[in-house]
Design a protein around this ligand. Structure first.
Ligand code: UN1
Length: 507
């Protein structure tokens, strides 16, 4: 470990063998030791002692107690705590951004971007704390008033993935906090240090304000923390980000106990490029969306559809551009692609490329594993004749499948013919083509863009997707409603008791 790494960890209060459970205090955990590796070097970055089932229980109990108090705070009062949390994140932006780079291998600019996304979420949630609006409606009964109000829901279980180790917690946590909920965070085992650093920042803000411990943490195995949390009725909402198989299990277990789940699962995102597109713009959009973050975003571009007239030129531009993208140390200036998260991800990428070739695809460039420590690969472009089965699967690595088409209708059909439905885009300068793509019979995804790549969404909109992506919506717009319970209230301020639907019941 270098001195700089040591300094970053120390400045965030992350020590070796750190406790993996926080219930308002850092519990003396006694579970298995979890080592976290730097994917750029393969070296051990730190270690955490995970929570046992008994320690998980302590965290949940504390969360239930914190909720009982927190829900009595006013929403703008809760917003003030979130405002201060945003400020605390501003102070630690560089260190936390670097920790993201060290632990999950994102380039520094993207590490900083993650922390910025947390800050943006805090700002948005502060505003929301004064805008948790319910509707009023006209009653059919005279001298009656009717309205809906939104109440705190309860402790929320938050399960996050390695690829957005801090921002996705913030999507949930900032909103849940202003809504009056407490929460327990189960982070990815690939990114425990990020979760500890964030929880420590939140701890200071809560303590300085005498606020209840609403931001709790339980790092543990699927068996000892993950599953117990999902089946635990004390969590009216489980918000989970991760793979489709994980979401299928979470969704069904939560449904069995009549809980609510908010699922943000795999994407298999496509871009349609029309003959009339601005190809310079398209190339930039495609390269960032496909190769950025080493292909490890749920919004990563995986399928590119090129109209026949520009297909040859675009392919040529892609095979020139991809090999020139600098792969290497994510903290080194100029690097655009860091490592994959682990050796399994490298193996999965190799396997997917081999399968694509067996199914009739042609590797146009990239796909090499670099001969150096760390999990480095070069981004691959594969020429995929229509309907290659592998293109229906999400491989969490930088592989771009390119397919040609003749008409926009054909492109939309190909585009929608996968089980996932997260993000999508069209590149065109023709208004009609853009509107067809955005129409009821166009893209079937939760996100649809024009002349913008599939990744890098802003937090102001609702984020999530359809089909196997899970249907959940997080972050902006009215996503806050998932974190609250709705109550319809009718008040009779008259002297009579008229019944709805004209029912008569005179005694
Ligand atoms: C994810 O990969 O889980 O739109 C989330 C984006 C980011 C969020 C990605 N703002 O690419």
């Amino acid at each position: 470990m270098t001195d700089t790494t040591r300094d970053i960890l120390a400045s965030l209060g992350v020590t070796t063998d750190h406790s993996g459970a926080f219930d308002g205090t850092w519990i003396q955990t006694s579970g298995q030791r979890l080592e976290t590796l730097n994917p750029s070097t393969g070296e051990v970055l730190g270690s955490v002692v995970m929570a046992t089932p008994a320690e998980y229980e302590r965290v949940v109990k504390s969360s239930v107690a914190a909720f009982d108090e927190w829900r009595t705070w006013t929403a703008p009062g809760r917003g003030e705590i979130v405002r201060q949390l945003g400020d605390a994140l501003r102070e630690h932006k560089e260190a936390l951004g670097k920790l993201v780079s060290l632990e999950v291998g994102k380039i520094y600019s993207e590490g900083l971007g993650e922390v910025q996304e947390m800050i943006d979420m805090a700002d948005l949630a502060v505003g929301m704390s004064r805008q948790l609006y319910g509707k009023t409606m006209h009653s059919e009964r005279p001298q009656h008033r009717m309205y809906e109000q939104w109440m705190p829901l309860g402790p929320v279980g938050i399960i996050t993935a390695f690829n957005f180790p801090v921002a996705v917690w913030a999507w949930n946590a900032m909103v849940a906090a202003v809504c009056g909920d407490s929460m327990v965070w189960k982070p990815s085992p690939e990114a425990p240090l990020c979760s500890i650093a964030v929880t420590r920042i939140a701890q200071r803000v809560l303590e300085a304000n005498g606020a209840p411990a609403i931001f709790n943490l339980a790092i543990g195995t699927v068996e000892e923390v993950g599953e117990p949390m999902v089946v635990d009725s004390r969590f009216p909402l489980i918000s989970a980000t991760g793979s489709v198989p994980m979401g299928r299990r979470v969704g069904s277990l939560v449904a069995q106990r009549m809980g609510r789940s908010l699922l943000e699962l795999g994407g298999n995102n496509g871009i349609v490029v029309m003959d009339d597109a601005d190809l310079d713009l398209t190339l930039r959009g495609v390269v960032f969306a496909a190769a950025g973050t080493a292909g490890q975003r749920c919004t990563t571009l995986r399928r590119l559809f090129l109209q026949k007239g520009i297909a040859a030129e675009m392919k040529q531009r892609l095979v020139q551009a991809f090999p020139s993208i600098k792969v290497g140390d994510p903290l080194e200036e100029g690097t655009l692609i860091g490592p994959l998260i682990n050796q399994t991800a490298v193996d999965n990428m190799q396997q997917a490329i081999a399968t694509a070739q067996e199914q009739g695809g042609t590797l146009l460039c990239g796909g090499e594993v670099l001969d150096r420590p760390g999990n480095f690969v070069t981004p691959a472009v594969i020429d995929a004749p229509q309907k290659l089965p592998i293109t229906c699967e999400e491989t969490f690595a930088p592989i771009l499948y390119v397919t040609e088409f003749e008409t926009l209708e054909e492109a939309i059909e190909l585009h929608n013919a996968v089980p996932q439905g997260l993000s999508s885009a069209i590149f065109t300068l023709n208004l009609r083509h853009a509107e067809v793509f955005l129409s009821n019979t166009g893209s079937d995804c939760g996100i649809a863009n024009v002349n913008i790549g599939t990744s890098g969404a802003e937090i102001g909109g609702a984020f999530g997707g359809e089909k196997e992506t899970g249907g959940g919506r997080e972050a902006g717009s009215d996503s806050w409603k998932a974190y609250m319970r709705r109550q319809t209230c009718t008040i009779n301020w008259g002297t009579d008791l008229p019944l709805a639907q004209g029912v008569e019941f005179d005694v």
